[in-house]
Design a protein around this ligand. Structure first.
Ligand code: AMP
Length: 198
């Protein structure tokens, strides 16, 4: 299973990524988590990424793409993976396509987890109280939502054109949303079986 989980900040990608990846026994790869771990350890990658993250901007494509290429080359990704929060720009889509082409495999599905913008802001503000993430202040949250709408939202169309996209409502309990994602994946895979039948 090679799966992408897309969606605006606060839609619940991280939580769902962990559950869905476990269900399919593939690694959940969150570019945000990898960046945060590097910031905490103050590695060269973390130092390069931190200013962008603190401002709610995207880390430049060259840095992000190199990091993802290295991660996907690890052995545990050979049988599949779930990418959470990547790709987020057109150049990242191109990079992922070429990485997959090199290994001769394609994506199985792209799930877009969506929620109302006001709900996203209130969820992120609540998370900032619980987790104290540096980029969960109100002004940075608003900037992250803007950047998502401008740069990442439009990428969904390109995956829809390839018949890979499934939009899922991110509002509800964790279990409800998980069930919706699993149902969407099942329906996509049975549609594909139906269309590929002789
Ligand atoms: P997230 O945990 O997914 O909300 O990501 C936190 C921050 O990490 C983002 O606001 C960006 O600064 C950075 N980041 C994560 N993934 C990417 C990506 N695919 N491209 C560029 N920056 C990213």
């Amino acid at each position: 299973m090679r799966l992408l989980l897309m969606g605006p900040p606060g839609a619940g990608k991280g939580t769902q990524a962990a559950v869905i990846a476990e269900r399919f026994a593939v690694p959940a790869i969150s570019t945000g988590d990898i960046f945060r771990a590097n910031v905490t350890q103050q590695t060269a990658l973390g130092v390069a990424a931190q200013t962008y993250m603190d401002a709610g901007e995207y880390v430049p494509d060259e840095i992000t793409n190199a990091m993802v290429a290295a991660r996907l080359a690890e052995r545990d990704c050979a049988g599949g993976f779930l990418l959470d929060g990547y790709p987020r720009t057109p150049q990242q889509v191109v990079e992922l396509d070429s990485l997959l082409e090199l290994t001769g495999v394609g994506l199985d599905a792209v799930v877009l987890l969506d929620a109302d913008p006001d709900e996203l802001v209130s969820r992120l503000l609540a998370r900032s109280e619980e987790q104290g993430r540096a980029d969960d202040t109100e002004s940075v949250i608003r900037r992250r939502l803007e950047v998502y709408a401008a740069e990442t939202g439009p990428l969904a169309d390109s995956y829809a054109e390839r018949d890979l996209l499934s939009r899922v409502d991110g509002l509800g309990t964790v279990d409800e949303v998980t069930e919706r994602i699993l149902a969407a994946l099942t329906s996509m895979s049975s549609q594909r079986t139906a269309t590929s039948a002789p």
